[in-house]
Design a protein. Structure first.
Length: 317
């Protein structure tokens, strides 16, 4: 029974992660990235706090030594700021390229996780990690390739359809770079979150603290860039439902799905759980094609297959 619960939690994480990217793409078609970021963080902070109250544990704060507590706060802060920067870049990427192109590129975070863990925490890099990482990295060649004329719908550029080849190429390049940047910052967030979790031995509470730190950091930046607060302004009430959609998707993805993944790993082991969730990019491709009606590109399917194979090589070779 416990194993079945683990499978269901992993399946829930896959579906939630896949659907969240679609909601972001849909909502960002009507709203701006900066405004959505802070609005979403406020909602996610509230939801992760509620989750931490029911499932988390705050007692470790009184057990840690002063040095350990400082390192815990620093790691949670680094994770929160990094995941927030990554999310903002992801939103910018989704404004420029399809979700079926952007989401698989963010899966390069795994390629960045291992060298970061090696450089800062002296974790070993095995041959399987190198081979799997190269296989995953090769997917960029297919995901960054410009569409052929028969495949391509016009890109949205500054709110208007524009067939200018140079402009389309620039938007594609910027979108790809931002998606890869997302992967880098998410990798930093993953590594630092894991270090914070080691100190606390609690996923739910640590997740709340890092989201809270991310929210506070954006609030501080918002003092100098008022665009981050525009989601709460009166003139944006007409788009309130889109902000709400993205906020709810963030709560389910960053709040519940991430926690479900760690719980599933606790029940069935990290290897089995990672094997299941490695298929998330393919599920997301199916959702993008069927729900967002994005263009079918065979090379995207091939690229996603490379990402999945690379994950399997890392796990099993």
């Amino acid at each position: 029974m416990a194993e079945l619960i683990g499978y269901l939690l992993a399946l829930n994480a896959i579906i939630t992660w896949g659907l969240a990217s679609l909601v972001y793409k849909f909502g960002l078609g009507k709203t701006e990235a900066k405004a959505n970021l802070f609005f979403r963080l406020v909602i996610v902070s509230c939801s992760t706090f509620i989750i931490s109250i029911f499932f988390g544990n705050y007692h470790f704060l009184f057990i840690l030594t002063t040095t350990e507590l400082i390192w815990y706060i620093l790691m949670a802060l680094l994770s929160g700021v990094s995941v927030t920067i990554g999310d903002l870049l992801y939103f910018f990427a989704l404004k420029k390229i399809d979700a079926s192109r952007a989401y698989p590129l963010t899966q390069l975070s795994l390629v960045f996780v291992y060298p970061l863990a090696f450089l800062f925490f002296q974790e070993q890099i095995s041959l399987s990690v190198l081979i799997g990482g190269l296989v995953i990295l090769s997917s960029v060649l297919f995901l960054s390739k410009k569409d052929k004329p028969k495949e391509s719908a016009f890109y949205e550029v500054n709110g208007e359809n524009n067939s200018d080849e140079e402009l389309i190429s620039r938007e594609l390049l910027l979108g790809v770079i931002m998606a890869i940047g997302t992967a880098l910052f998410w990798a930093i967030a993953i590594v630092s979150f894991n270090q914070a979790r080691i100190y606390s031995n609690d996923v739910f509470t640590t997740n709340f603290f890092r989201i809270l730190f991310g929210t506070i950091s954006v609030a501080i930046v918002g003092i100098f860039d008022n665009d981050f607060f525009s989601g709460f302004k009166k003139e944006n009430r007409i788009n309130l439902k889109y902000f709400a959609y993205i906020g709810i998707a963030g709560s389910l993805s960053l709040g519940l799905a991430d926690s479900f993944f760690y719980k599933a790993a606790e029940i069935n082991g990290l290897v089995l759980t990672s094997t299941i969730t490695a298929n998330t990019p393919m599920v997301q491709q199916i959702f993008s094609l069927t729900l967002l009606k994005e263009k079918f590109r065979k090379r995207f399917i091939f690229a996603v297959a490379l990402i999945i194979i690379g994950n399997y090589i890392i796990l099993f070779l």
